[in-house]
Ligand binder design. Structure first.
Ligand code: ATP
Ligand code: MG
Ligand code: MG
Ligand code: MG
Length: 542
């Protein structure tokens, strides 16, 4: 492509509201633009990278035998009522009504949809196993959309769902998907760890997250310095102690419970790092005034400095006004690190995973510290921050039972389908790559996902010989590589700076020595510069 004809709106200044490098650089290099909080357009360069990632995901998914399909983003509320998630998902689920006043949700995830699609089709064991996936736009009204594509309200996800006759078969597929995810993220050039994770609101048991290592990551990983052990910190303690000691949990006085509220909704107060932390339940999006007042008197926000919060693995961004952790009846739920809602009136529960996670992390840190021996007996615990780019779950029968998705087994018995689900944040992966692959001059794309592999720069586009050679190289390499030709009438300095900003892996500069057939090749990753004859380029680029 010729740069003079492309939409690459670079910015000289760093946008004020972009806090982290990937967000700043993707805006500055003209890869994307924000249209509303957490909602973005992918401009031509950004879209090319996105498509590269999608292709990698697609190839690895197809290799496992999974079949691609496409489901609607708009989903009828009835399906979400079947599983009860219409009530428990909370304000993150974007809801709307049609002209007949019927309720719909914009898909935050597609377990209900896929289960409704297959429940009448996979009716015998002979049709199992089956894995289906899509690459599609998801909607989550995140409390704090931020960091560009890392936490969007509209984002692109690859979601896959597998259906099995027995647990063994699910275990097999889980491992296949785990391996495919490893390939995907390796091919994307990411430095990542697969970590044991918490299944959270998804339900199910076994689950791993794929965490791209980055200091701006919102998750904290505990890993061993001399084995493969790695866990999201919210799960780490489960592996070190059977149960957390309950003595530290002191329920607050009953008097603070409002009569209209479910009696089982309680404050829980515990000591963490010698600080008093109060956890309380809120209903819907409204925080009960009385509660807030009481809680704020011993609010950990008052007690912890930003530094202390960070040291404890809490992200100060999450906790700028109040402490909120959602637990229905206190101890048990926090101990298990999962919100259990069975014993409580679901209307009272408003799941806010972001905040929930923060407090869980904090709590868990009491039981696992950097330098502790690790859970598998090998090495010592270290902490790192991660960006969750993917997650694999063994769902079991949660959705199939709720939605009556059953099959006939070999003995003619009716059984619920056993399910797995597997997500990759495609747009989040894009920004995670940018977060790991950049320097002070700009982006440094791995070849596998680069918007263009070669960037040819004609230093002086008014010089006929330079333009002729640049054009010739553009034609020649264009048959084998994706080439961006900077044919703009810009100053050389601007062209070089923008080329570094955009970050194609290899730059070929056609300058004064063009008449002698000499050009300059520069490797963006390490800055290596080689002056060479045009006929040597082939060999050098390979
Ligand atoms: P997080 O913990 O960051 O909120 P999640 O656990 O809620 O993510 P999943 O339900 O596991 O997300 O969805 C699968 C994948 O989708 C995640 O691993 C992540 O890569 C991506 N994803 C989730 N939420 C967002 C978002 N708001 N913006 C971009 N990508 C997202
Ligand atoms: Mg989430
Ligand atoms: Mg998560
Ligand atoms: Mg997840």
């Amino acid at each position: 492509m010729k740069q003079s004809q492309m939409l690459i709106p670079t910015l000289k200044e760093t946008p004020a509201d972009a806090e982290i490098a990937s967000h700043q650089l993707l805006l500055r290099a003209g890869f994307m633009r924000q249209n509303a909080s957490g909602i973005y357009s992918y401009l031509p360069l950004g879209f090319r990278v996105l498509q590269k990632i999608e292709t990698i995901v697609r190839e690895e998914m197809n290799r496992t035998g999974a079949q691609e399909l496409l489901m609607p983003a708009i989903q009828p509320a009835e399906l979400w009522h079947e599983t009860g998630r219409w009530d428990v998902y909370g304000p993150e689920l974007m809801r709307l009504k049609d002209r007949h006043n019927r309720d719909f949700a914009l898909g935050a995830t597609h377990e209900e949809l896929i289960t409704s699609n297959v429940r009448d089709e996979l009716s015998t064991y002979k049709k199992l196993p089956m894995t289906l996936y899509q690459i599609q736009t998801k909607y989550r009204d995140e409390k704090r959309p931020r960091f560009g594509l890392l936490r969007g309200r509209e984002f692109i996800m690859k979601d896959a769902y597998s259906f099995h006759a027995d647990q063994e078969d699910l275990d097999k597929q889980y491992q296949i998907m785990y391996d495919a995810y490893t390939k995907v993220f390796e091919r994307c050039g990411l430095d990542f760890r697969a970590v044991i994770a918490d299944s959270g609101a998804m339900g199910g048991k076994d689950t791993h997250e794929f965490q791209a290592l980055a200091s701006v990551g919102e998750d904290m990983i505990a890993y061993s310095d001399s084995s493969d052990y790695a866990a999201n910190i919210e799960m780490a303690e489960v592996l070190t102690a059977d149960e957390r000691p309950n003595e530290d949990l002191l329920p607050l006085t009953e008097g603070e419970n409002n009569e209209q509220q479910n009696r089982s909704l309680n404050y829980v107060c515990f000591k963490a790092n010698e600080k008093l932390v109060v956890v309380y339940v809120r209903r819907d999006d409204e925080i009960n005034d009385v509660k807030v007042k009481n809680v704020l008197e011993v609010d950990m926000i008052e007690l912890l400095s930003d530094q202390e919060k960070q040291a404890a693995g809490l992200d100060p961004f999450h906790l700028d006004s109040e402490v909120i952790v959602l637990a229905d009846n206190g101890v048990k739920n926090i101990v298990n690190g999962t919100l259990h809602v069975e014993e409580t009136n679901k209307d009272y529960i408003n799941v806010n995973p972001e905040r929930d996670l923060s407090i869980k992390s904090f709590y868990d840190l009491r039981f696992i510290k950097e330098g502790d021996p690790s859970p598998d007996g090998k090495g010592r615990i270290k902490f790192a921050r991660g960006i969750e780019v993917g997650q694999v779950f063994k769902l079991g029968t949660k959705y199939s039972e709720a939605m009556n998705a059953v099959f006939l087994d070999e003995n003619g018995r009716t059984k619920p389908l056993i399910m797995g689900c597997y997500g990759i944040g495609v747009s989040r992966t894009l920004s995670a790559i940018a977060e790991q692959c950049h320097d002070e001059k700009g982006l440094i794309w791995p070849v596998s996902v680069a918007p263009f592999q070669l960037h040819i720069i004609a230093v002086n586009s008014k010089n006929e010989e330079q333009m002729a050679l640049a054009n010739r190289l553009y034609e020649q390499f264009g048959t084998r590589y994706e080439v961006l030709l900077d044919d703009r009438k810009e100053r050389a300095g601007v062209k070089f700076a923008e080329s570094d900003l955009i970050g194609c892996p290899i730059r070929i500069t056609v300058g004064k020595k063009a008449e002698d057939g000499i050009v300059e090749l520069k490797v963006r990753r390490n800055g290596e510069v080689i002056e060479c004859q045009v006929n040597e380029l082939d060999q050098l680029i390979d």
